[in-house]
Design a protein around this ligand. Structure first.
Ligand SMILES: Nc1ncnc2c1ncn2[C@@H]1O[C@H](COP(=O)(O)OP(=O)(O)OP(=O)(O)O)[C@@H](O)[C@H]1O
Ligand SMILES: [Mg+2]
Length: 157
C-alpha cells in the first residue's frame, strides 16, 4: 500500500478531513492528486527557499504549462488576498494557453475555488480573495520595471 493511501485510510485523518469546509476539501483533493499522483518529478517546485527563478526549459509537451499553472494557482490559494501575474507574448496566448488551454489555469483549479473569471481581462479571482491576472508581454510589466529602474537610478545618485 502506498504511504499516501495509508494516510488517507487513517481514521483520524478521515475525521479531520470531514471537519474541513467544502473549499478546504476541494483544495486538499486538488493538491493531493497533483503532488502525489500526477506531477512528474520535474513538475514539482524545487524544495527550499534558496531560489528566485524556476526555469522550465524542456521539449514540446514536457508539461511546462501544466506545472506553471498548478504551481502558481497553489501559491495563490495558499496565500489569501495576494496578486499574481501571468505573462505571455499575446492576448491569444494568455487566453488560449495560460488560462483556457488544456493545461491552463481554468482547467487545473477546482471550479469551487473560483469566485470569478473574466475571460477578456484574463483575470481569475479565487474565493480566498487572491487575483491571478494575465498581462501580455511588453505592457505593464516592462513599464513597471522601467519605473523601478528609474527610481533605483534616482536613489543611487
Ligand atoms: N503530470 C501530468 N500528468 C498527466 N498529464 C499531464 C501531466 N503534465 C502535463 N500533462 C498533460 O500533457 C499535455 C502537455 O502538457 P503541457 O501543455 O503542460 O506541456 P508543455 O511543455 O507546456 O507543451 P508545449 O511545449 O506544447 O508548450 C497536456 O495535455 C497536459 O495536461
Ligand atoms: Mg506550454
Amino acid at each position: 500500500m502506498s504511504v499516501a493511501l495509508d494516510i488517507l485510510l487513517d481514521e483520524d485523518t478521515q475525521k479531520e478531513f470531514a471537519s474541513l469546509t467544502a473549499h478546504q476539501q476541494a483544495a486538499f483533493n486538488w493538491q493531493f492528486r497533483w503532488l502525489n499522483e500526477q506531477a512528474l518529478k520535474h513538475q514539482i517546485e524545487p524544495a527550499g527557499d534558496w531560489w528566485n527563478i524556476w526555469l522550465l526549459l524542456a521539449g514540446r509537451g514536457a508539461g511546462k504549462t501544466r506545472a506553471a499553472a498548478e504551481t502558481l494557482a497553489s501559491w495563490a490559494w495558499e496565500q489569501p488576498g495576494t496578486r499574481w501575474l501571468v505573462s505571455a507574448p499575446t492576448s491569444g496566448d494568455l487566453k488560449g494557453t495560460c488560462f483556457e488551454g488544456e493545461s491552463g489555469l481554468i482547467k487545473v483549479i477546482p471550479p469551487l475555488l473560483i469566485a470569478k473569471y473574466n475571460s477578456s481581462l484574463h483575470e481569475i479571482t479565487l474565493v480566498n480573495g487572491s487575483l491571478i491576472k494575465g498581462q501580455k508581454k511588453g505592457v505593464a510589466v516592462h513599464k513597471n520595471m522601467d519605473t523601478m529602474r528609474l527610481e533605483m537610478t534616482k536613489k543611487a545618485k
